[in-house]
Ligand binder design. Structure first.
Ligand SMILES: Cc1cc2nc3c(=O)[nH]c(=O)nc-3n(C[C@H](O)[C@H](O)[C@H](O)COP(=O)(O)OP(=O)(O)OC[C@H]3O[C@@H](n4cnc5c(N)ncnc54)[C@H](O)[C@@H]3O)c2cc1C
Ligand code: SF4
Length: 329
């Protein structure tokens, strides 16, 4: 690992200014992703600015019945919080499906959202990778493809976003609060991460120096029946091949409201807006669920090595919705 300097910022503005002015600096939270990438020399910051004591590590009630999660809240605390477990079960399940207990104790809400792709070529500095080194090429296109994207990818990059938590937050319409050189702003989680286009080196819409301060969850209203299902190669310690976060509200056999987001299929948590639109007002039946899932996946463009993800995603969406339907009976 290359030598680096460690600093602890005293306040949010000082941290944001320090990062914006220092080209070779990075924010450090739990370090479970950043330090790994530094060991591999995928990233080589000269200064690490520790932000764990700058942002809140508390989960607070919002006046509208939602919750505000501080950026420093550890993944394990968030998963165990009784309000999260009761009102947003899919979020707790998504967190518990990620990493290991020990890692979740260190991993933070802000860091989890900004973890980098697990594409094997991104993590291997001896191979070309447009995300690591723009213009060098994409080794994955002719390489190992099992984990790669089937939706929204580009010829420049077919990587997937790895966070489980972010998929649940996308389905829940959560909003990220950010403090940057230009002040504060709010970004829906669905708009935080980018599709690769021809600039895959940019994972998110965040500008240099912007610090995530927290995440706000809207009130769950009638959507407390929710679930996260992660399909992976091993029962633990494996990233999603496909995951589905869904919430369903049914009245008189008709879908009144539904939220669906997919993980492991795109460069960002994939909100399944096409399926949701097809389902609202439709009969709550296996047939409707199948048609909606098929419509969502119609634009999928898999590679030879990950074509299995299309039926896998379709079947997982249907099985999660059927389970939620059963739960409501
Ligand atoms: C073996 C292993 C298995 C794993 N399995 C899974 C899994 O199955 N599912 C899953 O979702 N994750 C998994 N993870 C990833 C893990 O969840 C992430 O490493 C962790 O959530 C990152 O959080 P952190 O606080 O350690 O972030 P850090 O590593 O400290 O930072 C990550 C990035 O976020 C930036 N950052 C951190 N905080 C802020 C902030 N407040 N504002 C702006 N930028 C910030 C950092 O600069 C860095 O770029 C796994 C990790 C390991 C090592
Ligand atoms: S898929 Fe993206 S991250 Fe992976 S090698 Fe290609 S450019 Fe790099």
């Amino acid at each position: 690992m290359k030598p680096f300097r460690y600093e602890r910022a005293d306040d949010v503005s000082a941290a944001v200014t320090a990062l914006a002015e220092e080209p070779e600096a990075a924010f450090l939270a739990g370090g479970t992703n950043l330090v790994d990438l530094m060991r591999l020399e995928v990233t080589t910051p000269e200064v690490l600015i520790d932000v764990t004591r700058l942002t809140s590590d508390r989960i607070e009630e919002l006046p509208d019945g939602g919750l505000r999660i501080g950026a420093a809240v550890p993944n394990s605390d968030l998963a165990a919080d009784h309000r999260v477990r009761r009102r947003y079960p899919m979020l707790s399940q998504a967190l518990l499906s990620g990493a290991s207990g020990q890692l979740r104790n260190f991993a933070t809400t802000g860091g989890n959202l900004l973890q980098r792709t697990r594409c094997a070529y991104f993590q291997n500095v001896t191979t070309p990778c447009n995300k690591r080194e723009p213009g060098s090429g994409c080794s994955a296109l002719e390489g190992y493809q099992r984990d790669l994207a089937i939706l929204g990818s580009s010829p420049a990059c077919v990587a997937t976003h790895p966070s489980d938590m972010a998929v649940a937050l996308a389905a829940l319409d959560a909003v990220v609060t950010v403090h940057g050189p230009g002040g504060e702003r709010r970004i829906p989680v669905t708009e935080l991460h980018r599709l690769p286009g021809d600039t895959p080196e940019r994972d998110t819409v965040l500008e240099r120096g912007e610090l995530i301060t927290g995440v706000e969850l809207p009130p769950p209203a009638h959507l407390t029946a929710s679930r996260y299902r992660k399909v992976r190669d091993r029962a633990s310690f494996a990233f999603a091949l496909v995951s589905v976060a869904a919430a369903l509200d049914v009245a008189d056999g008709t879908v009144r409201d539904v939220r669906i987001a997919l993980g492991g299929v795109a460069h960002k948590p994939w909100r399944a807006a096409t399926a949701e639109t097809a389902l609202r007002g439709a009969p709550a039946t296996r047939g409707s669920f199948l048609d909606a899932a098929a419509a969502e996946l119609a634009p999928a463009r898999p590679l030879p090595g990950n074509a299995f993800k299309v039926p896998l995603a379709r079947n997982t969406i249907v099985s999660v919705l059927l389970d939620l339907l059963e739960e409501r009976r």
